[in-house]
Design a protein around this ligand. Structure first.
Ligand code: NVA
Length: 304
């Protein structure tokens, strides 16, 4: 890590991203390591979670640590108490905060007001742990990361933003196929562009999904309505209609492409009923790898 926290993929250097994926790959296959022995974590979640919560809880235990789960009802981040007070209190008891928040600003405030590391378990801007698990999944299934063609179809959201920076870091080409007004926010895009220039990989935006997935090694999609955007659901479903990933669309990808989705998946919206169970789908490996990647993140922060 460049600093104490992991709020963005940009908190790792490009070399650091690659090293973290290698570490996750080794840890997944290696012997027991206990870098978190005696360490206690607060899992502070403003939004619902299946994969992130369980994979962190189990991963922390496997590395020798313990954790306490706190929901928004328990804590009232920024509502019942300001982030600065919550951070300074938790700092006295625990060794790290793993937080899922609506606003990325809440993460920055938590990080600013405590000495202990803060890890982003999803914000409106980024989902860096997801991106690390996704690179591990691509590495396992494609045998390489450099020069892979990754096509993300749909919303240029938090998952897309982290994945764009992650792909650019390791020399994979990243294409977003989205409506013009739903591109990756410039703060993440600028970082991805700097890294793509350094790794000589391509970073593209197209509006046509069929152009985006042409000859892709990886076809990736995510919900059109992220947590916190429920009020925009009707409008978004109408705007994103042509970005549905289905059996016809993926015909344009390479024959050995892999299909990825971070889940939860809304069958009939961003993907057809059959895509999760498509022969080229790796979504459950992808879900599993969240844990291995997060263990590598924590080992990188707390290991020697
Ligand atoms: N983009 C989605 C990811 C869910 C894991 C969301 O933020 O709701």
């Amino acid at each position: 890590m460049k600093g104490k926290d992991f709020l963005s993929v940009a908190d790792l250097t490009s070399a650091g991203v690659r090293e973290l994926v290698e570490r996750a790959y080794t840890m997944k296959r290696g012997k027991d390591e206990r870098p978190l022995k005696g360490k206690e974590f607060a899992l502070l979640f403003e939004k619902p979670s299946l994969r992130t919560r369980v994979s962190f809880e189990v991963g922390i235990r496997q590395l020798g640590g313990t954790c306490t789960y706190l929901s928004q009802q328990d804590v009232g981040l920024g509502v019942r108490e300001p982030e600065a007070d919550i951070a300074r209190v938790l700092d006295r008891w625990v060794d790290g905060i793993i937080a899922r928040v609506f606003s990325h600003r809440s993460l920055e405030l938590l990080a600013e007001y405590c000495e202990i590391p803060v890890v982003n378990a999803l914000s409106d801007l980024e989902h860096p742990c997801q991106a690390m698990g996704d690179l591990l999944t691509m590495q396992e299934h494609k045998g390489t990361l450099s020069d892979l063609d990754v096509a993300f179809v749909g919303d240029g959201n938090n998952v897309a933003a982290s994945l764009a920076i992650a792909c650019a870091s390791v020399g994979a080409n990243f294409t977003l196929a989205s409506p013009e007004d739903y591109r990756i926010p410039s703060i993440a895009l600028d970082e991805a562009q700097r890294r793509a220039a350094a790794s000589e990989s391509k970073l593209r935006w197209v509006s046509e999904p069929s152009e985006g997935v042409r000859d892709a090694d990886v076809v990736y999609t995510d919900t059109w309505v992220s947590m916190g955007q429920e009020d925009e659901k009707q409008e978004r479903v109408a705007i994103f209609g042509k970005y549905k990933v289905d059996e016809d669309l993926v015909q344009a990808a390479k024959p050995d492409f892999i299909f990825m989705h971070d889940m939860p998946a809304y069958r009939g919206q961003e993907l057809s009923e059959g895509m999760i169970d498509h022969a080229n789908s790796v979504v459950f490996d992808q879900a599993e790898n969240r844990m291995h990647a997060q263990k590598a993140v924590l080992a990188a922060i707390y290991g020697e």
